[in-house]
Design a protein around this ligand. Structure first.
Ligand SMILES: [Zn+2]
Length: 283
């Protein structure tokens, strides 16, 4: 009887300390920096989907506040000072990514690292807002972005010349880190490839003590793509079979598909706890 109560006390102690360690875990946020004026048919981003289903395309990036001194962004948004953004995206609202971060008390200089999922303008253009950040990008994606892509019609690749200059300048400043395929970059934070949204786009899996969270970016365009296991149409990937395969692989990382965070779906801001306007905590 006495032994049992000692075991009970010990197990209570350990479950309590486990609870505390959960609280100290990395925090993950989605930040919505721009919204478009109208909803789009889901068929724009999912093969063979009905035109009647609509989704709200939004622009977001993600923040991982680690328990170490790392403050990591996944993508950096864009700086809306070029008319091409308005005409291309039909924007209703926009706030600069660094201003949005200030709403949760984080200044641009606090960001230590940025993992770029792919070099489209809405994901890479904001890198120079964060002067202290080391930038992490897939080597093959970088090579194509600064090299062969410019032999094509610009409309075909969707990149911006000024973003090429920004990433080259980051390299001169010893701030560029090229990743060769799949790798754990920081403890519990790994990148995966194979969706080929761009030449070799990557997504991020974050292990927390409670669960894994997949920050898919455009490697899972919307929840519809995830829930129906359908590939994005050909303009959103260079490999429709590979894209669908990675959607299935992402499901293997999580307990619930809700924890695969798509790149452009406004539903992210309904499914998670609101911290302030345009910012939710993913947990
Ligand atoms: Zn995008």
């Amino acid at each position: 009887m006495r032994l049992l109560s000692i075991i009970f006390i010990i197990s209570t102690f350990f479950s309590t300390s486990y609870g505390q360690s959960v609280k100290k875990d990395a925090e993950i946020f989605a930040l919505r920096y721009a919204v478009t004026k109208s909803k789009d048919p889901i068929s724009y981003v999912a093969l063979n989907a009905p035109d009647s289903v609509l989704f709200e395309p939004v622009f977001m990036f993600w923040l991982i506040k680690t328990t170490s001194d790392k403050m990591i962004l996944i993508d950096a948004g864009f700086i809306n000072d070029d008319e091409s953004f308005e005409s291309r995206y039909n924007l209703k609202t926009y706030q600069r990514p660094d201003s949005l971060l200030q709403k949760i008390g984080i200044s641009a200089s606090d960001i230590t690292d940025i993992i770029i999922t792919h070099p489209h303008r809405d994901h890479i253009d904001g890198i120079d807002l964060f002067p202290n950040a080391q930038i992490w990008m897939q080597k093959e994606d970088f090579n194509y972005f600064v090299g062969d892509s410019w032999k094509l019609d610009p409309a075909e690749h969707g990149y911006m010349e000024r973003d090429v200059l920004k990433i080259i300048k980051a390299n001169f400043a010893q701030r560029l880190n090229l990743i060769d395929g799949e790798k754990e970059i920081f403890p519990g934070i790994s990148v995966y490839t194979g969706s080929r949204h761009t030449f070799n786009s990557q997504y991020v899996v974050v292990e927390t003590t409670i669960q894994n969270i997949v920050l898919a970016s455009d490697n899972a365009y919307s929840y519809y793509n995830i829930e129906n296991s359908v590939s994005a149409p050909s303009y959103a990937t260079r490999d429709t079979i590979g894209y669908a395969k990675q959607l299935d692989r992402m499901k293997g990382f999580v307990q619930d598909n809700k924890y695969i965070i798509p790149g452009h779906d406004g539903l992210v801001f309904e499914r998670f706890e609101k911290i302030t306007d345009d910012i939710v905590r993913i947990e």
